[in-house]
Design a protein around this ligand. Structure first.
Ligand code: ATP
Length: 363
């Protein structure tokens, strides 16, 4: 187990710059998730930590030791890939022990470690099976077992659940979180799935176009996104964005005209000039209200009943697009109906003309 430090890491492929100076300290035993849209550079960064990709500039330290020039096999890291990368002709036990055998580990020691990993992953009955005799989820467990037996200082996961079906992904998410708790190892996990990031990470690193946009605990990022990109990336359904203009600021509140004769009061922690802004409201913070008291009015365009909740897609009219409101499972709203929506003021976010969040309270 070890800390990992990234110091101003850049990566160029010819003229294309894939990473623009990533800096981060990952603590010993942390579960860190790199998340971002396709092409943002998360796999490249992971592969650089693994030693599978050269570093254009900057420094990577594992447990305080610079590893830029250290070959992958000597870095003390184990990587689990999306496609499992198991040898088809070997049994699960042989696949798990192969790397250890290669470096001359005594047979008895290999058996002990494979047995221990199989117990942790609950795959003891599968040890004699070959990959084609196992399900996708079982194969992925074997691939994780192969990483565990090497007792790495750092585990690296590159979208390990992407090939599994939805139900199995949910189960494996919980298993990986349990694995992290039981062995307490430093884990770095790459995904484009914000739900995986929210549910497993101690801290999430949100990336966009080769830049780290924000780092923080999942709920911290969810509640205090630094900019429009982070706000829109975390959360499903996405945060609603309403274009508006700040009319005046008084007593820590900005009055924002969002068109359609509606004005929203958004708490702000600093002075802000009158002018164009974006108001962000999460679907769960839009409440359907009866007669007259709503701050926004619109027509229900789509109703999605999910059982435990109902998603209403509401056309606000004027120039504003649609908003999504998340209501209870027994929400009575009907298609085509005109409804009113109230916004809990403390839950609204304000972004300036550059898309940067305006702090909500002075701290
Ligand atoms: P995905 O989720 O699609 O895997 P990612 O965030 O992991 O995306 P990377 O694989 O890290 O993205 O790639 C980052 C950028 O670098 C992309 O624009 C990609 O096209 C580019 N890139 C990656 N590898 C190479 C390469 N060998 N040569 C040239 N460009 C590359």
């Amino acid at each position: 187990m070890a800390s990992v430090v990234l110091r101003d890491i850049t990566k160029r492929y010819g003229v294309f710059q894939a990473l623009h100076g990533a800096s981060l300290r990952i603590e010993d035993g942390e579960f860190i998730v790199f998340v971002g849209p396709s092409g943002c550079g998360k796999s490249t960064l992971l592969r650089m930590i693994a030693g599978l990709e050269s570093i254009t500039s900057g420094e990577i330290l594992i447990d305080g030791e610079r590893v830029n020039e250290t070959p992958a096999r000597h870095r003390g890291v184990s990587m689990v890939f999306q496609n499992y990368a198991l040898y088809p002709h070997m049994t699960a036990a042989e696949n798990m022990g192969f790397g250890l055998a290669n470096i001359g580990t005594p047979r008895a020691e290999i058996e002990t470690r494979v047995g221990e990993a199989a117990r942790i992953l609950r795959i003891e009955p599968l040890l004699k099976r070959k990959p084609h005799e196992m399900s996708g989820g079982q194969r992925q467990r074997v691939a994780i077992g192969r990483a565990i037996v090497r007792k790495p200082r750092v585990f690296l996961f590159d979208e390990p659940l992407s090939n599994l079906d939805a139900a199995l992904r949910v189960q494996m998410r919980a298993e990986l979180a349990r694995l992290h708790q039981s062995i307490g190892a430093t884990m770095i996990y790459v995904t484009h799935d914000q739900v995986e990031a929210m549910t497993m990470a101690d801290r999430i690193v949100i990336m966009r176009e080769g830049h780290i946009e924000q780092v923080g605990a999942p709920l911290d990022l969810y509640r205090n996104p630094r900019n429009l990109f982070v706000a829109g990336f975390l959360g499903s359904p996405k945060m609603n964005f309403l274009e508006g203009r700040v009319e005046e600021v008084s007593a820590g509140r900005a009055m924002v005209d969002v068109g359609a004769a509606a004005s929203l009061a958004v708490p702000v922690g600093r002075a802000i000039e009158p002018g164009p802004v974006t108001v962000g409201i999460r679907p769960e913070h839009l409440r359907l209200v009866s007669n007259g008291s709503g701050e926004l009015a619109g027509r229900v365009d789509v109703v999605e009943q999910l059982g435990n909740s109902t998603l209403l897609y509401i056309d606000l009219g004027s120039s504003q697009a649609q908003v999504v409101a998340e209501e209870g499972g027994d929400c009575p709203a009907r298609l085509g109906e005109t409804v009113k929506l109230a916004v809990t003021p403390a839950s609204a976010h304000l972004f300036d003309a550059r898309g940067e969040a305006v702090a909500r309270s002075v701290s």
